[in-house]
Design a protein around this ligand. Structure first.
Ligand SMILES: *Cc1c(COP(=O)(O)O)cnc(C)c1O
Length: 422
């Protein structure tokens, strides 16, 4: 099942009360579910000394959610200045923060190094000389190129803009040592939304092999290997979940073997976003129009500015009509927003129970890459975010955007650069 049954059981009976109090549409996140999933991850990897999850902030950059990550003992994976700011605001300090950037600017390097710093995860060999104050601890993002196939979503590593090549590995670390680096990490991310756990196991094996190769070449010992995010979740009811326990067992065995033959082992870091929060969010929206043309359209009061994944990736998000069961499925609908793009649909030709105007729809799995991906095109603003707390209360954790917000960037002093005199 996409959205955990326990979340449905707690949300659906009160969804209408929440709608009456706060209005629709709303994203709502399940505190108990997020904490339970975080604990499950820690428990699975308890056998790997120093295992740590660095939550991928871009998945759900709300401070109330990031505080839960802090409570779980997780770090923060950031790749922009606002993500650094928000992670520090909830108490992330120094090596609690991994700064994984791409096409990095000098300002970003400075922000990553400021206020107690962060773990710098460098994306390219050309950036080594551009880091203003080179840190003692440095990590490189590795792109295996033709050595790995990557999965369908992230694509062929050869075509991916991320990381350094296999051939650049040794010289990258050598150059970093030349700039004073003394502590080292290694990172890669070759899959996205991948439910076949063996991908992540193979990634770990690959990074351990490289750690050994670089140790032989340069005599350095890696403090950590960051095996990336990209763990998949079952968006469709028939999808199997990722087998976390098998993944953790096999990774633990790899690390144990490395330790047995080398006398030490790097810590394993992970930077999952989707797997941690994805299933614990839902977008609740009200049916406001039923249009009958060549197809049956249910117009809802949310649109792709609230959840882009269906329009952007053709992604499936399961939908429940609150108060109606799957046994009542008798209609085929397109569920549409009001943006002037024909891909502004949450579902295409979906079998659902009959929907009346006023019904509430729960669009599952909006807890990662949902609200965060929103935008304002067509003057369509982003909705509020709510937290369903463990005690059953509901807290507003971000208000909806207003027209005033939309016009904020037009609020500036006149500034004209005169034409050049000829
Ligand atoms: C997006 C991203 C993640 C998180 O991906 P998920 O699919 O949410 O696990 C982790 N690391 C990097 C570098 C990313 O860009």
């Amino acid at each position: 099942m996409p959205m955990p049954q326990s979340f449905q059981d707690r949300l659906f009976p009160i969804a209408e009360d929440i709608a009456k109090h706060y209005g629709t549409p709303y994203h709502i996140y399940d505190e108990a579910g997020i904490l339970a999933t975080g604990e499950k991850l820690k428990k699975a990897f308890a056998g790997v000394a120093g295992f740590r999850e660095y939550y991928a902030v871009k998945a759900l950059p709300n401070p109330h959610i990031l505080k839960l990550m802090k409570t779980l003992g997780f770090g923060f994976d950031c790749s922009s200045i606002p993500e650094l700011i928000i992670s520090r605001e909830v108490g992330g300090k120094g090596e609690d923060i991994m700064f994984t950037s791409n096409n990095t600017t000098r300002e970003e390097f400075q922000a990553a190094a400021a206020e107690g710093g962060s773990i710098l995860n460098l994306d390219d060999i050309s950036l080594i000389t551009k880091v203003p104050e080179f840190p003692e601890l440095v990590c490189f993002r590795y792109n295996p190129g033709p050595r790995r196939t990557g999965n369908i979503i992230i694509g062929n590593p050869v075509e991916a803009k991320y990381g350094i090549t296999h051939e650049q590995l040794v010289s990258a670390y050598k150059l970093a040592m030349g700039r004073g680096a003394k502590r080292f990490g290694l990172h890669t991310m070759v899959a996205s939304n991948e439910r076949d756990y063996t991908y992540i196991v193979e990634t770990t094996r690959m990074l351990l092999d490289i750690a050994q190769m670089i140790e032989e070449e340069l005599g350095i010992r890696f403090e950590f290997l960051n095996i990336g995010g990209g763990l998949g979740i079952p968006y469709k009811p028939e999808d199997n979940p990722l087998d976390l326990d098998s993944m953790a067992t096999e990774i633990t065995a790899l690390v144990d073997n490395f330790k047995a033959s080398h006398g030490y082992a790097p810590r394993i870091y992970m930077e999952s976003g989707r797997w941690v929060t994805g299933p614990h969010g839902a977008l609740v929206t009200r049916a406001i129009n039923h249009k009958s043309i060549y197809r049956q359209y249910i117009g809802v009061d949310a649109c792709m500015s609230s959840l882009m994944r269906p329009a952007m990736y053709d992604a499936y998000h399961h939908i429940d009509v609150i108060g109606k069961t799957d046994q009542e499925k008798s209609e085929i609908y397109d569920i549409a927003g009001s943006l002037c793009e024909n891909n502004d649909k949450f579902a295409v030709q979906r079998s659902l129970p009959p929907i009346q105007e006023g019904d509430l729809l729960a669009i599952h799995d909006s807890g990662a890459h949902g609200h965060a991906m929103g935008f304002q095109y067509n003057g369509r603003l982003r909705p509020k975010e709510l937290l369903l707390r463990t005690d059953g209360s509901v807290q507003l954790i971000r208000r909806a955007e207003t027209n005033e917000d939309y016009f904020q960037t037009l609020n500036f002093k006149d500034d004209i650069l005169p034409a050049k005199e000829s």
